[in-house]
Design a protein around this ligand. Structure first.
Ligand code: GLN
Length: 190
């Protein structure tokens, strides 16, 4: 079975599941490593990265997710991006270090805590715009040379990939535009 897993320990998992279902994919809400192993890809949703890391450990999913990434694609949005990053600068949240980016949590400050603004997407040869929903979003402050930037908000890279790992600082599941989820589904060839 080719189902896409949505990590469902905390946060915004239902919307990702609906988006993938809309695209015709079977999804599974993942809360155990056995469920993870039955999936061909995994989405780590937004939420609160400190809580997410604690729950991943508690549910024995921390190392299994790391191993999963060796063979299968993972897409992390917002808190999911933080969990996958190499380092959360100035913060002691533990990360999986699966993509060479450094991030600052809640980087947009109080006044612009959450906002919607246009993001420029470059997926392969297609350049387009996307409605970027940013909710207490992290900022990517450095990218390793092997990390490919895929979207920008002004000068900031807000979506990137390296091998099996795709990350976005915004919430594509909260729009009606399916482009980003389609891109992830293509990475897993389903
Ligand atoms: N601010 C959250 C964190 O640092 C992320 C917010 C989100 O996922 N929407 O974990």
């Amino acid at each position: 079975m080719t189902q896409i897993g949505i990590l469902a320990l905390q946060g915004d998992f239902e919307k990702h599941s609906q988006m993938m279902a809309l695209l015709g994919h079977q999804t599974l809400l993942v809360r155990t490593k056995e469920q993870l192993h039955s999936c061909v890809g995994l989405i780590i949703p937004g939420g609160e990265s400190t809580t997410l890391t604690k729950l991943m450990k508690k549910h024995d999913l921390w190392n299994p997710v790391r191993q999963f990434s060796m063979k299968k694609p993972i897409f992390g949005t917002c808190a999911g991006l933080i969990v996958l990053a190499k380092k959360a600068v100035g913060n002691n949240v533990e990360t999986l270090g699966l993509i060479d980016i450094q991030v600052i949590r809640n980087a947009y400050g109080r006044q612009v805590d959450s906002f919607i603004d246009t993001v420029t997407l470059k997926l392969g040869r297609d350049e387009s715009t996307f409605e970027g929903v940013f909710i207490r979003a992290p900022k990517i402050v450095s990218l390793g040379s092997d990390v490919v930037p895929l979207a920008w908000h002004g000068d900031d890279v807000v979506m990137a990939e390296k091998g099996n790992i795709l990350v976005a600082a915004f919430h594509p599941e909260l729009t009606s535009d399916t482009k980003v989820h389609e891109y992830f589904a293509k990475k897993i060839h389903v």
